[in-house]
Design a protein around this ligand. Structure first.
Ligand code: HEC
Length: 126
C-alpha cells in the first residue's frame, strides 16, 4: 500500500511541494476518493455549484463557460486526472485559482471538499 501511494504521487511531488504547509500535510483519503458514495455526494454538490461553468458532466462546457479565459478544464480528460495531485485539487477548490473565474469555496468543510475532489477525479468514468 505504501509503495502504491508513493508510486501514485511521486510524479506530482513538485506540485504538492509548492502548496502551503497546511495543505502539504493533508492526509489524502484514498479510500474515500475511490468510493461510489463520495463520488455521488460530490456529484450532487458539483451539479448545484460548479456545473454552471464546468458543465453537468465536468467536461468544461457549462452555460457560463463561454468567454471565460482561461476556459474551465475538461475533467473528463484522463490526462488531467492522471497528472493532477490530489491535494492540489483540494487546494484549488478551497482557495480558487487566481487570475481565473474560479472562486474560493470556503462554504464546504473538508469532507465535502474531498467529496468534490472524488467526483471531479472520476468525471467521465461513469
Ligand atoms: C464562475 C465559473 C466557475 C465556477 C462556478 C466553478 N469554477 Fe472551477 N474553475 C473555473 C475556471 C475558469 C477555472 C480555471 C481554468 C481551469 O483550471 O479549469 C477553474 C478551475 C478549477 C479547478 C482547477 C483545475 C486545474 O487543473 O487547473 C478545479 C479543480 C475546479 N475549478 C473545481 C471546481 C469546483 C469543484 C467547483 C464547484 C464547487 C467549481 N470549480 C466552480 C470556473 C468555475
Amino acid at each position: 500500500m505504501a509503495l502504491t501511494v508513493w508510486f501514485l504521487f511521486s510524479g506530482c511531488g513538485g506540485r504538492d511541494a509548492e502548496l502551503p504547509a497546511r495543505y502539504r500535510r493533508l492526509k489524502v483519503p484514498d479510500g474515500l476518493l475511490a468510493s461510489a458514495a463520495a463520488r455521488t455526494r460530490g456529484r450532487t454538490l458539483f451539479r448545484q455549484h460548479c456545473a454552471i461553468c464546468h458543465g453537468v458532466r465536468g467536461d468544461g462546457r457549462g452555460i457560463r463557460s463561454e468567454g471565460l479565459d482561461p476556459a474551465p478544464m475538461d475533467f473528463t480528460n484522463p490526462r488531467w486526472r492522471e497528472s493532477v495531485a490530489r491535494r492540489r485539487v483540494f487546494y484549488w477548490i478551497r482557495n480558487g485559482v487566481p487570475g481565473t473565474a474560479m472562486p474560493a469555496w470556503r462554504i464546504f468543510d473538508d469532507g465535502e471538499t474531498w467529496d468534490l475532489v472524488a467526483y471531479v477525479l472520476s468525471a467521465g468514468q461513469s
